[in-house]
Write a protein that binds this ligand. Sequence first.
Ligand SMILES: C[S@@+](CC[C@H](N)C(=O)[O-])C[C@H]1O[C@@H](n2cnc3c(N)ncnc32)[C@H](O)[C@@H]1O
Length: 211
Amino acid sequence: MEAELLGPPEDLKGKQVLEIGAGAAQCSRWLAAQGAHPVALDISHRQLQHALRIGGAFPLVCADAGALPFADASFDLACSAYGALPFVADPVLVLREVRRVLRPGGRFVFSVTHPIRWAFPDEPGPEGLSVSASYFDRTPYVEQDDEGRAVYVEHHRTLGDRVRDVVAAGLRLVDLVEPEWPAWNTSEWGGWSPLRGNLIPGSAIFVCVRD
Ligand SMILES: C[S@@+](CC[C@H](N)C(=O)[O-])C[C@H]1O[C@@H](n2cnc3c(N)ncnc32)[C@H](O)[C@@H]1O
């Protein structure tokens, strides 16, 4: 938002924006406050219930980002904050779908946890600073329930894989932003902390254009 990767806030007014893997729809809420017309899409009905509870005057759509229920060229912009892409086995399918629903000239800005973090334990302290896995190991991370059913699956792609995915989907990559840990942020949560944030990037943000 502060980085204005979707464009200056004043240019968002009146724009049709698709948010992919919206979760509780924080981005759509912000976009609506700028005068944009967001649509928040998520595969999880429960996540969208949180979005509904928090509120916002924009549509919530329960659907798979790999099969977007929209006509071609229906949006000016699209965005995703850590949504959908890390959780699908075929990210090119999702990127192609986003390209399809964007109008020519439209931007897609998406963030993922920085791929380098895959190689480190997800711990905020010094134990989170030593490499414990191969950056090149694409075996997905899977959590199972008592019956052995997968309840959480995350797919690892290297930075190069992500760039190639964008290109394969026919989008043009115009920037790859690796935000630095802000000095004012002293909090720790999950694997996030100033200690790690000052040494290794936490997020990678891809800025793409549909020509
Ligand atoms: C890490 S959360 C991010 C949520 C929100 N964007 C945020 O920043 O808090 C990932 C979201 O992607 C959604 N998701 C996962 N796979 C998806 C898919 N194939 N299609 C659409 N949404 C998906 C999940 O349900 C979840 O809400």
